[in-house]
Design a protein around this ligand. Sequence first.
Ligand code: SAM
Ligand code: DTB
Ligand code: SF4
Length: 344
Amino acid sequence: MDGTNPGMPVRHDWKLPEIEALFDLPFMDLLARAHAVHAAHHDPNAVQVSTLLSIKTGGCPEDCAYCPQAQRYHTGVEAQKLMDVDAVVARARAAKAAGASRFCMGAAWRGPKDRDIPKVAAMIREVKALGLETCATLGLLGEGHAQQLKDAGLDYYNHNLDTSPDFYGEIIHTREFEDRLDTLEDIRAAGLKTCCGGIVGMGETRAQRAGLLQALANLPEHPQSVPINMLVRVAGTPLEHAEDLDPFEFVRTIAVARIVMPRSVVRLSAGRQQMSDELQALCFFAGAGSIFMGEKLLTTGNPDVEHDRALFRRLDLHPMQVGGETPDAGTLHADILEACPHLA
Ligand code: SAM
Ligand code: DTB
Ligand code: SF4
């Protein structure tokens, strides 16, 4: 089974050596295989565009070694309280006008308190009313939270496994890998779509990158969205001096994710500002079908929107609309038509 038959059921029984063997394929063979899977299940010229907003920044009590928002590290990120609903909606409106189809709201919490949920629910309701898909990433969820977010109109919940189970304890000490699995279970039980991936370039081995993908692919349901983040090294975090990962190893990670979770949309997530256009093009060929667009991720930089538009134009890529369809010229915003003249 090579994953190119869209009718075949997806697998949830990946063994680590099988995933390592995919990583070990000759680079060109791996890319050819990943692209065949990509084209069999997705439009290889369409890219889903999400925009991120940090709705509550910094001051986080957790100790994730990669994160500029952990209170205990001195990263220069200024803590800010939960934003007002109107300010969030204004940012969502601007994201939609710039061509995003999904708006992702992130909070630097271990998890929300019961009292935070109604305010986040109000944001979700109003962003959804703009015709955008909604995503939230708020940390570990408590009793009833997932259902309340779903009832407000949330489409996706982002909750990353971040790294392989056997490396997790070297990166995060304030929670367990199993805590993340419990929240993922709550997300599925509430009928939310799951956005779940991880970070590479944190000093993990290739076997541990394979272990992360194995943990993702063997979840009871493949996450509908799989963000693969390249570590953004931030001064003041314990990983500020993490060793460079060979960019081609990052492409391999995208390609293997593509093969083991053929129906999921793999996101070329954090780290694009540090990547060349050519490297990003390889990631799209290897099966990345989504990006974050907008000048900022949560607290760190992202490529300029104009640069991304030009990249789409040069690669004949077009943004997916809400629900995953390729847009119709008649419904497209002028900015997108300008960026993608082949759609007119
Ligand atoms: N606090 C919540 C949580 O941790 O689940 C939600 C926000 S948290 C910032 C969302 C994700 O951002 C993390 O799971 C991690 O994958 C990613 N992230 C954070 N800092 C990063 C960095 N420096 N480089 C790449 N990804 C990063
Ligand atoms: C994900 O996997 N990556 C995004 C989103 N989900 C929330 C966050 C990236 C954050 C990069 C560091 C920062 O900007 O603070
Ligand atoms: Fe807090 Fe999330 Fe950053 Fe970890 S990744 S320190 S939980 S904001």
